[in-house]
Design a protein around this ligand. Structure first.
Ligand code: ATP
Ligand code: MG
Length: 302
C-alpha cells in the first residue's frame, strides 16, 4: 500500500511519479484523499493540472478514467449509450430466426451486452485495485446544463439507467476536476470540492520540475531557460508560457546542441514557448536580449 498518511507522504508519492508538488498543493491533495472530496484545480494552461491526476493514479496504482470536456458534451456521451447498431443487427437476426429467438432477445436487448459505458459509468464500477481516479478535464469548456448534471452525479456517485436500474459506486472514485477558467464554474459545483489555484511555479520549483522532466539538460542551460521563462511571464503577453513550454523549449535546445542562450538562439526557437504570432513578433529585435539580460542578472544575483 502506498503511504498517503500525511502531507509529506503524499508529496513524496507524487514526486516518485515525477510530479513536483509544493506544500499547498500537497495539502489539498492529502485532504481530498482523506476526506473523499473531489479536488477542483484551476489555473493557466500548462501548469500541471491534468498531470496531477495521472501522477495520482500511477502513484496509487489506480486506474485513470478521463472525461475530456468540450462544448456540447451531454450526459449520454459522459455516462452511457445503448449500442444501437448492434441492437438493430440482433433484432434483424432474431426476426429471421423466428418467434422463439425474438422472445429471448426481449430480455437481452437492454442488458450489459449492448451497453456502452462512458467515463462516468466506468468510474462507478468496482475495481479490484480500488476506486479509480476520475479526471474531469477542462470543465469550463462544457455548458451549464452539463455542469448541473455533473453536480448530481458527483454528490451521490450513482447513475440510473431506466432499463437497468441504479448503479452505485461501491467506493466513490477519486475525482479531479480541472478548469482553465475561460468561464467561471458554478458555485454549487465548487462548493462540493476542495479548491486549489495552480500557479506558475517559482524559480526553484520550476528548476526541480525541469530536472525531473528533462534530466539530460545541463544545469547551466536549465537555469537560463527557467530564468528566461520566468521573466517572460512578467511581460504583457497574450498567452504566457506554461511549465509544459519550459520543458519543450529545453528539449528543443538540447536537440540543437545549444549550450547557452543567445538572442539568436531564442529568436530561432521561440515557437517552442510562444504560440501566438503577436507575442512572437513582440520579442523580435532587442526585446529578447533585454529579457535575457534581466534573466542573467537575476541568476548572477542569486
Ligand atoms: N509540478 C509538475 N511536476 C512535473 N511536471 C510538471 C509539473 N507541472 C507541469 N508539468 C509538466 O508540464 C506538462 C503540462 O502539464 P499539464 O498538461 O498537466 O498542464 P495543464 O495545467 O493541464 O494544462 P492545460 O490547461 O493546457 O491542459 C506535463 O506534461 C508535465 O510534464
Ligand atoms: Mg490539462
Amino acid at each position: 500500500m502506498t503511504d498517503i498518511s500525511n502531507i509529506d507522504a503524499v508529496q513524496k508519492m507524487l514526486g516518485d511519479q515525477g510530479y513536483i508538488c509544493g506544500r499547498a498543493l500537497g495539502t489539498v491533495v492529502f485532504l481530498a484523499l482523506r476526506l473523499g472530496r473531489p479536488l477542483f484545480l484551476e489555473g493557466e494552461a500548462g501548469v500541471g493540472k491534468t498531470e496531477i491526476a495521472k501522477a495520482l493514479a500511477a502513484g496509487l496504482g489506480r486506474r485513470l478514467i478521463r472525461l475530456q470536456c468540450y462544448e456540447g458534451l451531454d450526459a449520454s456521451t459522459a455516462v452511457y449509450e445503448w449500442n444501437f447498431p448492434a441492437q438493430m443487427v440482433a433484432i434483424r437476426t432474431a426476426e429471421a430466426a423466428g418467434d422463439a429467438s425474438r422472445d429471448a432477445l426481449q430480455d437481452e436487448l437492454f442488458s450489459d451486452k449492448y451497453l456502452i459505458e462512458r467515463p462516468l459509468l466506468q468510474a462507478m464500477r468496482p475495481d479490484e485495485h480500488g476506486a479509480p481516479v476520475l479526471l474531469i478535464d477542462e470543465l469550463d469548456r462544457t455548458d451549464e446544463p452539463f455542469e448541473a448534471f455533473l453536480l448530481e452525479a458527483l454528490s451521490d456517485f450513482q447513475v440510473t439507467i431506466p432499463e437497468l436500474g441504479t448503479i452505485k459506486a461501491p467506493e466513490p472514485p477519486i475525482v479531479i476536476v480541472t478548469s482553465n477558467r475561460t468561464r467561471e464554474v458554478h458555485d454549487a459545483l465548487k462548493r462540493r470540492c476542495l479548491y486549489h489555484w495552480v500557479d506558475y511555479p517559482d524559480f526553484d520549483r520550476e528548476m526541480e520540475i525541469l530536472t525531473a522532466r528533462a534530466p539530460q539538460a545541463a544545469e547551466a542551460l536549465s537555469r537560463e531557460v527557467v530564468a528566461f521563462v520566468q521573466h517572460l511571464r512578467t511581460e504583457d503577453l497574450f498567452k504566457k508560457p506554461g511549465v509544459a513550454e519550459t520543458i519543450d523549449w529545453a528539449k528543443c535546445l538540447l536537440a540543437l546542441d545549444v549550450i547557452t542562450l543567445s538572442p539568436e538562439v531564442i529568436a530561432d526557437t521561440l515557437g517552442a514557448i510562444l504560440k501566438y504570432q503577436d507575442d512572437i513578433a513582440r520579442l523580435h529585435g532587442t526585446e529578447a536580449k533585454r529579457i535575457l539580460d534581466q534573466a542573467r542578472a537575476t541568476l548572477d544575483a542569486a
